[in-house]
Ligand binder design. Structure first.
Ligand SMILES: Nc1nc2c(ncn2[C@@H]2O[C@H](COP(=O)(O)OP(=O)(O)OP(=O)(O)O)[C@@H](O)[C@H]2O)c(=O)[nH]1
Ligand SMILES: [Mg+2]
Length: 236
């Protein structure tokens, strides 16, 4: 099994995740020998950096990417792009750092990539802890986004906004280099930006089901600004 995981980098975007980042990284390293991790941080003001750095001293496959020292604009999509581009492995797996994405799906995602898929999307089969209004807004946006992909003849998956997916790095790099202007760096939905750049039939996409858990630590950063960024994604 070590074979597959030494080809995988897990990209974890963070902003103030001191409550979960250490536990998540230790769990990933313990379960998937040989795997690499890049934490793409946007200048967290809590202890996120020191937690990651102390683990990085013991594990050479852990890296902390300090985006604030790179004078980049803040943003989840931009952080994920930097993380994937900086990873040196054949595959990258993107997931939230707040434990809402169960890390035990990393194995299935890695296997789907290793067996020849360009993208393996972890698809939400259930969502825990969201209020009704958030479910409704989410459903409306998903319907709009899906319709756009169908109308434009683009690739899709049954969870087009999933923040948990794996991708072949060269495949991503190729798409990103040709379509930089269509990625909304401040946005939250990089998978949608990727899908809208792939003509239907030009990628092999697999799915892995999972249950989206409620946040147990830290604070949500999702809000109106991210919804506006998504509208920009629809239009770019
Ligand atoms: N680097 C970086 N990471 C971010 C930024 N905004 C959010 N994140 C991280 O992206 C992941 C997802 O953000 P969340 O706030 O949990 O969004 P969400 O899961 O849709 O919302 P909740 O269900 O309310 O937690 C977490 O790991 C955050 O720390 C950002 O601007 N920059
Ligand atoms: Mg979250």
């Amino acid at each position: 099994m070590r074979g597959i995981y030494s080809s995988v980098t897990v990209v974890l975007p963070t902003y103030n995740e001191e409550g979960s980042i250490g536990k998540l990284m230790s769990a990933i390293i313990g379960r998937y020998p040989g795997i690499s991790i890049i934490v793409a941080d946007d200048g967290s003001t809590d202890r996120t950096k020191s937690v990651v750095m102390s683990l990085a001293r013991a594990h050479r496959r852990i890296r902390f990417l300090d985006r604030s020292s790179m004078k980049r604009r803040k943003g989840l999509t931009g952080s994920v792009i930097d993380g994937i581009m900086e990873s040196g492995t054949k595959f990258a797996i993107v997931m939230d750092a707040d434990m809402q994405h169960p890390f035990d799906r990393i194995g299935d995602i890695s296997e789907k990539l290793d067996s020849g898929n360009d993208i393996a999307v972890a698809v939400r089969k259930s969502v825990e802890g969201w209020q009704m209004y958030r479910k409704l807004i989410s459903k409306a946006l998903i319907t709009l986004g899906y319709a756009e992909l169908v109308l434009l003849g683009r690739e899709r998956s049954s969870d087009i906004f999933s923040g948990y997916f794996g991708i072949r790095r060269r495949f991503f790099k190729n798409i990103y280099m040709k379509n930089r202007g269509r990625f909304v760096g401040e946005g939250y939905k990089i998978l949608f930006d990727i899908l809208k750049c792939i003509r239907k039939g030009d990628a092999k996409i697999a799915e892995v089901p999972y249950a989206f858990a409620s946040r147990k630590e830290g604070r949500s950063k999702a809000g109106a600004r991210q919804a506006i960024a998504l509208i920009r994604s629809f239009l770019s």
